[in-house]
Design a protein around this ligand. Structure first.
Ligand code: FPP
Length: 218
């Protein structure tokens, strides 16, 4: 169903590793399944009234993971950007990557630049991938370099999959008034129906922004 509003939805995509372990698969198999979930959700988002979708793909703390897993993730991001760009252009999706770029492999930064350039004209959905992202770093950057654009528009709805209930240094500033939805579903199992359920929960909540019920629309 097409909604009249254009929502900014942000997702902490957690649970790839556990999804894989439960199946006796290596963690990287979970990340590959997670990439397929990203594709499903991007395809479903615009039709569900989402104007901007920000996905937490790699936090600045994820560098602490074993080098082999980090390398596999970087390769997956690079391949995914290259292979999805045509599909994104076709669907009118504009892709941006937020976070630090100076620590990423050169092949990934090149793929990011190419995907951002190719999709710059998209108006159906603004997809942001957060890679080597830290909200605290973004806030510090915004204080020191106010025109660097480190802060994003306010988030309306933040979803975290995988059962944990924390923000893990994601969009701390932008979620000041976001509605929070935590679900147990592991990210590789997340689909269009789960997105619709979370958006329905969002619409059923009364957002008052600190005012009284009668002022909710403000
Ligand atoms: C969290 O699961 C997921 C990540 C750290 C990586 C996110 C990557 C993807 C969803 C795959 C590809 C994404 C793109 C944009 C192509 P976890 O490994 O922390 O799972 P666990 O908590 O069960 O260990």
């Amino acid at each position: 169903m097409m909604q009249s509003t254009s929502l900014h939805v942000a997702i902490i995509m957690d649970g790839n590793g556990r999804w894989a372990s439960r199946r006796g698969l290596p963690r990287t198999a979970g990340h590959h399944a997670g990439a397929r979930a990203v594709r499903r959700v991007v395809e479903a988002a615009a039709a569900q009234g989402v104007g901007a979708l920000t996905l937490y793909a790699f936090s600045s703390d994820n560098w602490r993971r074993p080098a082999a897993e980090v390398a596999a993730l970087m390769r997956l991001f690079t391949r995914h950007l290259r292979s999805e760009t045509a599909r994104l252009v076709e669907a009118g999706v504009r892709l941006s990557v937020v976070g630090r770029r100076d620590r990423l492999p050169a092949a990934l930064t090149a793929a990011i630049r190419a995907a951002e350039q190719s999709t710059a004209g998209g108006t159906a959905l603004h997809l942001r991938l957060a890679v080597d992202y830290s909200a605290r770093d973004a806030i510090r950057t915004a204080m020191l370099l106010p025109f660097a654009g480190a802060l994003l528009p306010d988030v309306d709805l933040l979803i975290r999959t995988g059962g944990e209930q924390r923000l893990s240094d994601f969009l701390l500033w932008e979620t000041a008034y976001a509605e929070l939805v935590f679900i147990d579903t592991m990210w590789p199992d997340f689909g269009a129906d789960d997105l619709a359920t979370a958006i329905a929960a969002f619409h059923s909540r009364e957002r008052r922004f600190g005012g009284l019920p009668s002022q909710a629309a403000g």
